[in-house]
Design a protein around this ligand. Structure first.
Ligand code: AMP
Ligand code: GLY
Length: 422
């Protein structure tokens, strides 16, 4: 099978890594990829948002399965174009990707489906939002409805702070188009977890859940990032709770989409808060998480290409359920100086050649010089994943690996999965 992975981050390196292990995969293309994916297949320099370019590439190279990593090309209709060209694709059409690209619409879908989520009100006019704010208890959450690359959520401790956030989005246009519609949302308390379902629009198969770390600093301090680390599975989300997530959240949401004529083929990611009243949805995404994918995919014992192709082709019902390795995986992200603000790049990376046995280094922002020197090329540079019999074992190995790697300005969180230690 000729497979194309779209994207250039750590998640896409993990997808390429899982696919490269499949005996079904004869050719692996990654567009545009990074220095890590170049070791597994052929990087093709077509940007992830070049819908026409990617469709032409898939046609020319007679690709038989496209796996789309990021949300933006999906929201822009990449899967629509690929499927119109007859190319099986893992990733929803733009209509399905709207579950992520419009948080306001996602709320509407959840309300219609009876899916538990934080109470919310939507606004496009500042005056209306400010008037309504007076009736909201604090903390209150201010959310941009559109795609804001992780910058669209502000948990406001006071009404003054919420007002500032509303003015920033609705008045100053601080998030551009993404913040022209905003939600005021009930603040939920509990433990956060990322749950994933693989679906062909009919059959729904849960993948392992994971926890990620959004704040840049230890103990959840500092600004939000794309994600600084992850672990999987989640010891406190037992099988019966996972079943509740499947039956009360994933299935009804997909059924509601189907009702609206949207056949969702891809991965549905539910960002959940486990509250005293059960799981509630914080957000839906139309793809795997990054860095959750770097923890979940290394635990997959089944053939990733067979599973993904079955979902893309509408044949998931005929596919055996995914099998998972025992134990756990812990992923630590190594970031550039300045990240999540403007970050330094071009720094030489050393130490990857002598990682402890079994540790996986997933590249994100990296590039290789013609002389072979590996350099930083983005905010999140690498995700190091270790597997172990327990979270404690995986965590110890992951941090032993972190200690071997260096680049100027490198920073990382020291507390990934620490809360799971006794
Ligand atoms: P999101 O992009 O919607 O996942 O939001 C980013 C982060 O903001 C989440 O991971 C949560 O930590 C936090 N958050 C979002 N919505 C809420 C909410 N309703 N209550 C509490 N925290 C929230
Ligand atoms: N790690 C969070 C996300 O991928 O959205």
């Amino acid at each position: 099978m000729r497979v194309l992975v779209v994207g250039s981050g750590g998640r896409e390196h993990a997808l390429a890594w899982a696919l490269a292990h499949s005996p079904h995969v004869t050719d692996l293309l990654i567009a545009p990829g990074n220095a890590g994916t170049a070791e597994l297949g052929e990087n093709v320099p077509v940007p992830a948002n070049d819908i026409a370019g990617l469709t032409a590439l898939a046609r020319e190279r007679r690709v038989e399965l496209v796996v789309v990593g990021p949300e933006e090309p999906l929201a822009r209709g990449l899967a629509d174009q690929l499927r119109a060209a007859g190319i099986p694709t893992l990733g929803p059409d733009a209509a399905g990707a709207r579950i992520e690209s419009s948080k306001a619409w996602a709320k509407e879908v959840m309300a219609a489906a009876g899916v538990p989520t934080a109470r919310a009100q939507r606004f496009t006019r500042l005056a209306d939002a400010l008037a309504a704010l007076a009736d909201w208890p604090t903390p209150v959450v201010v959310k941009a409805s559109g795609l804001a690359a992780g910058k669209g959520v502000i948990v406001a401790g006071s009404r003054a702070e919420a007002e500032q956030a509303l003015r920033w989005m609705l008045e100053a246009g601080g998030l551009g188009e993404a913040g022209r519609e905003v939600l005021l949302e009930e603040y939920l308390e509990g433990r956060e977890v990322s749950c994933f379902a693989l679906t062909d629009g009919e059959s729904v198969v849960p993948l392992l859940p994971a926890c990620d770390y959004k704040r840049v600093g230890d103990n959840d301090t500092g600004p939000n990032t794309g994600g600084m680390g992850a672990y999987s599975p989640v010891p406190w989300l037992d099988a019966s709770q996972q079943q509740v997530v499947l039956e009360r959240i994933m299935r009804p949401t997909l059924a509601e989409l189907a009702q609206r004529g949207i056949r969702y083929r891809g991965i549905l990611y539910a960002g959940l808060m486990m509250t005293a009243d059960g799981p509630k949805v914080l957000e839906f995404n139309c793809r795997l998480g990054d860095p959750e994918a770097q923890a979940v995919l290394p635990l997959l014992a089944s053939d990733a290409a067979a599973l993904f192709a079955a979902a893309a082709l509408g044949e998931l019902a005929h596919q055996p359920l995914p099998q998972w390795h025992d134990g756990a995986a812990v992923t630590v992200v190594l970031a550039s100086g300045g990240y999540p603000g403007p970050s330094e790049t071009g720094k030489p990376i050393s130490g990857l050649a002598d990682l402890p046995e079994g540790v996986l280094a997933f590249h994100a922002g990296t590039r290789r010089d013609p002389d072979g020197t590996l350099r930083t090329a983005g905010g999140r540079v690498l995700a190091l994943t270790a597997r172990g019999r327990t979270i404690a074992e995986a965590r110890a190995l992951a941090y032993a690996a972190v200690a071997r790697v260096q680049f100027p300005g490198m920073h990382y969180r020291r507390d990934i999965a620490a809360r799971e230690l006794r």
